[in-house]
Design a protein around this ligand. Structure first.
Ligand code: NOJ
Length: 546
């Protein structure tokens, strides 16, 4: 839905909205969301103004990691629908000019995938080498010291053939062996299967893990490991030197890219976490790798103007010209940002920041109404991470049903149905229906921000310049394209603040600007003196330079 740009792709100027399918809309009355439920809300997403949706895995799965354990890469989990339901969703999304990005889980399959079922039959099974099998050490211990992200060792012993198989998540997620050419081909064919069906791109799960050190050497100890780590958190006590970001993984990124280039205008997004130097390599040396390695760093910063400014400036300075930036504020693995940053007031300012920084924003379902973390009673916890590493590590708090309206079960499922995770207590007040009728709601702000962003080349593709280096309370920056400049000023505090564009950035004829949008949604068209920008508590503004 972005204005077509001769110089930029949809995945650069557009906004991506992540749907966690279990929690968006249940149309089959079983308490779990499904694909038809997403189709049902495409008008809502179009009206909101998103350009693309990314759907977390919907493949057949025993759900040991809620779909990130895939038992068939080319079909749909019956809980979610079938291939016809998927085709309908795709066609309906495209009719509304919404692109569809799907999840690709290349590091591991489910232990119920037929490939693994075969692989575990015998040491000489033709698919044995599609997974990573090793003999025990002479004392019977696992082949190396690697830990699993969900606690415990990254290896499980399989009695039948007397070897260990590797899994860096739960034991039901055996790791695929990307050094085997047949497996590699089979996984490339999966991409083709979905591209041929018409999807617009992939979000690639833990793609930095898919190649391991050839010798599977022990990871060194992490000297900075916190003393209070959970006893099962072996991985937290190690440095991920040999289990991720191996040099030869980039050859596979190039192959992914070449395959995507056989189609028209597709996008490849990678889930990656490493330090800048390791992370940047996923773009390729000259942009021949992934289009967008996810940039999660906004999620790891405290809610402080100085911290965010430092992060954004550092990011801008390390990024080569060929690399398109992107930012993420929330996803299904992290606490809700409204909770993380201190409340809904802060969330409004964070939202303005996300949609006005340079680069592609990714948005998580429900954040547009300010959904917060939902406490999950111990007996309702579902997440394997909590099961392995303790209840405080549960990601269920961020995966609860979408709050559509004030009816029982919030319009997510009919009354009387037990939803797979509990609903937020405040859903009768915090929901789409209530906020759609409130011109000052967070939902209204998100809509307006997306509309302004779409209509404004400076905001959806313009350059970035930091305009205040020192203010500890406010972050002020400029976005500029085609000679038109906008200033964004964000107050990170709960007090009124006056901030300024530093004079070195002001020329005589641009000392004033026109107010376009405030996060409080109650003022426009004021003329603002750029040397004294007064912001109310938790207020962000977009200004257009005259
Ligand atoms: C990253 C996904 O985002 C997360 O939800 C999942 O548990 C792991 N990868 C394993 O697939």
């Amino acid at each position: 839905m972005s204005l077509p740009s001769p110089t930029h792709h949809w995945w650069q100027t557009g906004v991506i909205y992540q749907v966690y399918p279990r929690s968006f809309q249940d149309t089959t009355d079983n308490g779990v969301g499904d694909l038809a439920g997403i189709t049902q809300h495409l008008d809502y997403l179009q009206d909101l103004g998103v350009d693309a949706i990314w759907i977390s895995p919907f493949y057949p799965s025993p759900m040991k990691d809620h779909g990130y354990d895939v038992a068939d890469y080319c079909d749909i989990e019956p809980l979610f629908g079938d291939l016809d339901t998927f085709d309908k969703l795709l066609a309906e999304a495209h009719q509304r000019n919404i692109k569809l990005i799907i999840d690709y889980v290349p590091n591991h399959s489910s232990d119920e995938h037929p490939w693994f079922q075969e692989s575990r039959q015998s040491r000489d099974n033709p698919k044995r080498d599609w997974y990573i099998w090793r003999d025990p050490l002479p004392n019977g211990a696992p082949p190396n010291n690697w830990g699993s992200y969900f606690g415990g060792p990254a290896w499980t012993f399989d009695e039948k053939t007397g070897q260990y198989y590797m899994h860096q998540f739960v034991a039901g997620q055996p790791e695929l062996n990307w050094r085997n050419p047949d497996l590699r081909q089979a996984m490339m064919d999966v991409l083709r299967f979905w591209f041929d069906r018409g999807v617009d791109g992939f979000r690639m799960d833990v793609v930095g893990l898919i190649l391991k050190d050839e010798q599977l050497r022990d990871n060194p100890p992490n000297p900075d490991a916190p003393a209070d780590l959970h006893k099962n958190d072996l991985l937290g006590r190690q440095l991920s030197v040999y289990n991720m970001d191996q040099d030869d993984v980039h050859e596979i990124m190039r192959e992914f890219r070449q395959l995507a280039e056989e189609y028209e205008d597709k996008v490849l997004i990678g889930e990656l976490w490493g330090e800048w130097d390791r992370w940047l390599k996923y773009y390729g040396e000259q942009g021949e790798g992934l289009h967008l390695p996810f940039n999660f760093r906004l999620m790891w910063e405290p809610w402080e103007a100085g911290a965010m400014r430092r992060l954004v400036n550092e990011f801008e300075s390390v990024l080569p010209d060929f690399a398109w930036p992107n930012y993420v504020l929330g996803n299904h693995d992290q606490p809700r940002f409204a909770s993380r940053f201190g409340g809904r007031a802060q969330a409004l300012v964070a939202t303005m920041m996300l949609f006005t920084l340079r680069g592609t924003p990714t948005w998580y379902y429900g954040d547009e109404i300010g959904m917060m973390n939902v406490p999950i009673p111990p007996e309702k916890i579902q997440d394997p991470q909590a099961i392995g590493l303790g209840a405080e590590r549960t990601r269920d708090i961020t995966r609860t049903p979408m709050q559509w309206d004030a009816s029982p079960n919030a319009g997510f499922a009919p009354e009387g149905v037990e939803t797979w995770l509990p609903l937020a207590d405040d859903y009768e007040q915090v929901n789409v229906a209530v906020q759609a009728d409130d011109p000052a709601s967070m939902l209204s702000l998100v809509k307006q921000l997306l509309a302004v962003r779409r209509a404004t080349p400076a905001l959806n593709r313009g350059d970035y310049l930091c305009l205040n280096e020192d203010d500890p309370h406010c972050f002020v920056y400029q976005r500029q394209a085609d000679g038109v400049a906008y200033v964004v000023a964000l107050n990170f505090t709960g007090e009124e603040r006056t901030t300024a564009v530093s004079t070195s950035h002001l020329s005589d004829n641009t000392t004033h600007a026109q107010l376009i949008l405030s996060t409080h949604l109650d003022r426009t068209d004021e003329t603002i003196d750029l040397t004294t920008i007064t912001l109310r508590p938790h207020e962000g503004v977009i200004l257009r330079l005259s």
